[in-house]
Ligand binder design. Sequence first.
Ligand SMILES: Cc1cc2nc3c(=O)[nH]c(=O)nc-3n(C[C@H](O)[C@H](O)[C@H](O)COP(=O)(O)O)c2cc1C
Length: 474
Amino acid sequence: MNDESRPAPALLLAKLGPRVSLKEEAGGVLRAQFDGETLLLGKFSAAALRRASELATGWPLSGVGENDAPEEKELRGLVQRLALHGLVEYRLSRGAGGQDIVVVEPQIRDYRPSLQKLGANRFVLSRFAYLRRRGEDLVLESPLAGATLRLCDANVASAIARLATPRSLAELRNEPDFPGEEFLALLIDCKFAFASDPAKGLRAGEGDEDLALWEFHDLLFHVRSTNGRHANPTGGLYANAHLPQPPAVRPAWPGPTIELAKIADTSESAIAALLRSRRSERVFDDAHPITLAEVAEFLDGAARIISRQKLSEDEGEEMEIAARPYPSGGASYELELYLAVDKCDGLERGFYHYDADRHALVAIAVTQRQLEAIIDDGQCAMGAPRPPQIMITIAARFGRVSWKYSGFAYSLVLKDVGVLMQTLYLMATEMQLGACAIGVGDIDLFSRMTGLPFHVEGAVGQMAIGRAAAQGAP
Ligand SMILES: Cc1cc2nc3c(=O)[nH]c(=O)nc-3n(C[C@H](O)[C@H](O)[C@H](O)COP(=O)(O)O)c2cc1C
């Protein structure tokens, strides 16, 4: 394609979401209005307020640099604020008011697209990227991506498909339906594509060694079944309540039936009694918080490394094992415990890793906001009147499992989480502490607190513990 026939450069525009409008109030104060709610956005200069009206049709983001006019900087701040609340979407368009190529729907809290200049590389699609129908749209998604791309032009799908093999920019430009360099820069910014390095190969070339340990379905399952790295609705939403509720007890099979004897109350074993007395406690006694000595006993009994050995596997590989009191698929023992402590007698409020080998708590520096956020999330998930005394995050060092297992590595991790949860429940019950499992956590928050990439060591389960409030106490 020669220079004259090349399409005009595409522009990245920030545009208010479909049900969002801006309302100016006295003193230059701006508010967003959406779905019957309002959000205070702050005070802006007259020049910024004039430009803010462009957000209804699309305000160009691309090309903005360090030497912006002051109102441009204000507007970028405004866009970021709106994006944090999911009130703005980005569009790659052929100019303001022109044909859209893709709509960029941010999936991560502070994702903001930025188009970098492309080098003289070959570019290839990520093995984690996939196209699917969503409603009547075609969307490009990836568990690695900061955003989902909604395709507005059918030709874009064939341009994406062409990136299944590494291509140079010159080759891509020669394709009749290539949407332009800006489109490729956006694919790279969102991690849908990357500059390939022939020396490394496609799998290792995509990222670090830890990413190479993941299979497509495992990473997608992890990201989509937790909070923090996608913008889909989650939780007890009863989305299928229009269908009949499956019965709580499975209808009996019609075959011959052998009635079984029940454990008599008098001969109930200690384990049967412990199992029966276990229950989820969501309200804690803040006048008598859990103590450091109890935390030590709880972790010692349920999670400390009790032996270390090397096992030779049939395949000739040697596996180092650090056994704990609970079973673990393939003896991987990939799970780690992190404690967000709100109230504990003898232990400062803060965030700690449980070193299961040394049987010690190691403090990790986090911000007060992060600590509050993780504890608040637990309170919210339990619908509790007060924060839990300690929020335990169960994190997985995924590579311990996927180094060995293919096809079902992530499902093994989740099964291990269930085993550990019950172990923690039983230890808490034995010690007359309160505990409650929590089904879903924010993997992005945990990643920000630890500085660990979400695919290296990530949150896979949570549990609140503390001194249970007396039955019936508020
Ligand atoms: C995997 C798992 C996730 C759970 N998630 C939550 C949760 O997010 N919030 C909550 O209040 N309880 C949660 N629970 C506790 C269950 O609601 C509780 O186990 C169930 O209602 C049975 O009550 P019991 O534990 O007192 O016997 C969870 C339990 C499990 C095993």
